[in-house]
Structure formats: C-alpha cells, structure tokens
Design a protein around this ligand. Structure first.
Ligand code: CMC
Length: 431
C-alpha cells in the first residue's frame, strides 16, 4: 500500500496504482477504471460478487450485521411508521416528503391509475394459463407506446412526468392480469382509496357485490411493499440500470427488471417457497427430507427462501415478515399449517452445520409467500407483488444513474476461451 488512498497491484515487475474509493459507510473499493488501459489486464468476477458497478446514495446494507436502510432510515422503522407511497417518494427523491410534497405525489398516483382502454384488449391475446409475470413485463413495456413525447431519460421533467404514471399503472396492470386469468371482469380503480386499498379493491371486488377492504390486510400489504421497495444492486435493479445505461426509456428498463425478477433465484423464490412447503405438507410434513435434498449437490435442489449473496446473518426483512405472519393470523383468528412447516424447517436448518457453516439464513422470500397466502393473494401473483414493491427502487436507481451524470453504457468485458481462428468449411465438405 503506497498510502491510505491508493493500493498497488504488481504484475511482473510493474506496479500499478489503484485509487481507493470510499463511501460514507460500508465497503471501500479499488478504482480499476484505468487498469486495462495502463496494464492490458482486466478483472474476472463472474456473478459480480466483488464488483462495485456504481456509486449510489439510495440504500445501505450491512450483510454481516443484518442491517438495511433506505436513505439512512432503518427498514424496521419504515415498516412500522411509513406508507408505501411515502417510502417510494423517499427512495426516488432522496428525502421524506413534507406535507405538500406527499399530498402532491399521492394525488398524482391517484389521478393516473387508469390505463388506456385499448390496452384492455391486449389481455385477450394471452392464454388463460399465462404467468402474470409474462403479462406484466410486456404490458409495462407497451406503456411506452402511449408516451412517445416523454421518453427522454435525460430530461428531468419528462422523467418526473412518467414516475407517478408507472407507479400507479403497474398496480392496475397487475390487478387486471389476475382478473383476466380467472375470467372475471376487470374492476376499475377507485381513486378515493389509498394505494394498497385500491389494489386490493381491483383484485378482489366484483361489479355484482359490495366489497370492503379489510384494514388489517391493507396494512400488512403496505408493510410488505415497503420491505421489498429496494435492495441496492440486486439482479433486477442491476438489470434496470444496465438496460437504462443504453438510454432505453423508463418503461423498457422496468420491463427488463421485471423479467430479471421472475427467476426463482431472485423474486420468483416467494412462489417457489410456498410450492416447496406444499410439497412437504403433501409428503406428511417431513422437513428433514427437504433439508437432505438441498444439501445433496447432485439434486440441484436449493432450500428455497434460504441464503443470500449479501446477508450472512438474518435478513432483517424476514424477521419483520415472520412477526407480521403471527400478528395477522392472530388478528384474523386463522391458522396456516404451512407457517408451522416453515417454522420447523427454519429451526432445523439453523441447527444444521451445513447451513450454519455457509451462513445460510431465511431471506425475505421465506415468509413473504406465507403472508401473501394469508392476504388471499394467489400463488402465481406472488412475484408480481414483489415487482409492485420493488418498482420504486428500480425507478430510484434508474433516475439516480441518469441524473448523476457520470454513467457510461454498461458493457463488461470477457476472458475469451473459444477457438482462436477457424477456417470457413463449405457445407458440402462438413462432416
Ligand atoms: N439451499 C442449499 N444450499 C445453498 C442454498 C440453499 N438455499 N443457498 C446457497 N447454498 C450453498 C451453495 O450450494 C454453496 O455451497 P458450496 O459452498 O458447498 O458450494 C454455498 O451455499 C454458497 O452459496 P452460493 O451459491 O455461492 O450463493 P450465491 O450468493 O451465489 O447465491 C442465492 C445466493 C440467493 C441465489 C442462493 O442462496 C439460492 O439459490 N437460494 C435459494 C433461492 C432464494 O431463496 N432466492 C431468494 C434470494 S433473496 C430475494 C431476492 O434476491 O429476490
């Protein structure tokens, strides 16, 4: 180390200085931006476990201590005191809104809840078996067709024009996709309702009967969405940033994020957890069998809802959700056998040296699926719910990247391992 601000990398007899980059808290980094130019070497980091792709002021995680903060505010406090709309504002604009800002933001979300009526026809093109994530991603991308004059990512006014629209309309698109999948008429938003209540109304009301939103259910949904709202450079957020770095518009970038979230290693895990718990229940509740399978590398089966790239301790979101499952089931005077199986599975896993040695703990998805069950959300909508929650985080990162001014198109390099040079063999001569 030459001094406190610079590290040195020695390759052969040559020494390359690498400036040390520090943030306000957390990991410090080595700035390798000039490394290839100066030395001819690149770095190799598949899965990007050691790569800082950007500087960001939005979300802080300490994975060793199990800390998660949005704009400096601990997630537990936001889950208890905030609303999803207020937390969205906080993430996107960097501060808690004052009364006037919150009222203006909420009014915009209310006002822009409808989607263009023509878009209702799009739903008819999907088979009834279509996964709602397929519908959600393509419908969100299609929104770009309705805002041709507001798609410039470098124009803050245009970006601000789109933000409340995408936040409000994604909720409507999500609820309509469920209604279409069960053959019920779509229920238009009722703008006198608050954000989460309006979603539940669109999901569960029918035109033929009155529907009252249960305030406990709305409060639990509000909390779930807050807990999902951002998680710094996760797979889907990095996707949104990467796609956005080409100056693709906000809708296209968000649609790409939705696709990244769909995978069972990421947001799709909430659906996979409940499917796993149901399978354990069908097999007589034997949690040891699932644990053994997840430890057997040949099975390619992972204990869903366990493990995390960043958390090597309890995921703070999982703790809050687990407590909320108990509270809500108590309030509704209900029991869920899957919650008991989940609890036993967690207990056994935490006692097992395989999980302890690898620091594998329950993540956000372990109990969120169980809570969605209590809220009566159908299983194929769980990852859609995650998208709804993660949306403000995606927007905040996309906006930060564009307004930050130092973004370059995302374009990693590679270590090539293929044939160096090959002749073109005419078709008739090939074996
Ligand atoms: N069950 C069994 N073994 C596991 C699990 C698991 N759930 N997770 C990790 N391991 C093992 C893994 O096989 C490896 O073992 P070994 O050292 O013997 O090769 C070790 O633990 C380290 O894991 P890793 O694969 O290096 O971890 P990663 O950071 O690449 O992957 C993960 C993180 C979340 C993709 C992974 O833990 C996993 O697939 N978990 C199950 C799916 C899941 O719950 N995903 C939701 C993540 S949280 C919310 C979100 O991001 O959307």
């Amino acid at each position: 180390m030459a001094n406190d601000d610079v590290a040195e990398l020695k390759i052969g007899s040559k020494v390359y200085p690498l400036p040390i980059v520090a943030g306000t808290i957390g990991d410090e980094g080595l700035d390798i931006r000039k490394l290839r130019q100066d030395s001819g070497y690149i770095t190799l980091d598949s899965g990007y476990g050691n790569t800082g792709a950007c500087k960001s002021a939005i979300t802080f995680i300490d994975g060793e201590k199990g800390i998660l903060r949005y704009r400096g505010i601990p997630i537990e406090i936001l889950a208890e005191k905030s609303t999803f709309v207020e937390t969205s504002y906080l993430l996107i604009y960097g501060h808690l809104p004052n009364k006037a800002e919150l009222s203006d933001f909420s009014n915009k979300l209310r006002y822009h809840s409808l989607i263009h009526e023509d878009m209702l026809h799009f739903y008819d093109g999907y088979p009834s078996t279509a996964h709602p994530m397929a519908i959600l991603s393509s419908m969100v991308c299609s929104l770009s067709a309705y805002y041709p004059d507001s798609l410039d990512p470098k124009d803050p006014e245009q970006v601000d024009h789109l933000i409340p629209r995408v936040l409000s309309k994604l909720r409507t698109i999500a609820a309509y996709s469920y209604k279409k999948s069960i053959g019920q008429p779509v229920v238009y938003p009722r703008n006198s309702l608050r954000y989460c209540e309006n979603f539940l109304h669109m999901m569960f009301a029918v035109p033929s009967e009155p529907y009252e939103v249960d305030p406990d259910i709305a409060a639990a949904l509000n909390m779930l969405l807050i807990l999902h709202a951002d998680h710094e450079q996760n797979c889907s957020t990095s996707t949104v940033r990467l796609v956005g770095s080409s100056d693709a518009n906000l809708f296209a970038s968000i649609a790409a994020g939705i696709c990244a979230l769909w995978g069972p290693k990421h947001g799709g895990a909430n659906q996979a957890v409940v499917e796993m718990l149901e399978e354990i229940q069908r097999n007589g509740g034997d949690v040891q069998k699932a644990l053994a399978l997840s430890k057997d590398k040949d099975s390619h089966f992972k204990l869903m809802g366990f493990g995390h790239r960043v958390y090597k301790n309890f995921d703070p979101r999982a703790k809050v959700i687990k407590a909320q499952c108990d509270t809500l089931l108590g309030k509704l005077k209900k029991a869920d056998p899957l919650l008991d199986i989940a609890r036993r599975l967690e207990e056994e896993a935490l006692r097992d040296p395989y999980f302890a040695d690898r620091k594998l703990y329950p993540n956000v998805d372990f109990y969120s699926g169980v809570l969605y069950r209590v809220l009566n959300i159908p299983i194929n909508m769980y990852t859609v719910m995650f998208s709804l929650g993660r949306l403000p985080g995606w927007i905040a990162h996309w906006r930060e990247m564009h307004l930050g001014g130092d973004e370059r198109i995302g374009r990693p390099r590679q270590i090539y391992t293929g044939t160096v040079e090959a002749p073109y063999i005419p078709l008739m001569e090939r074996r």
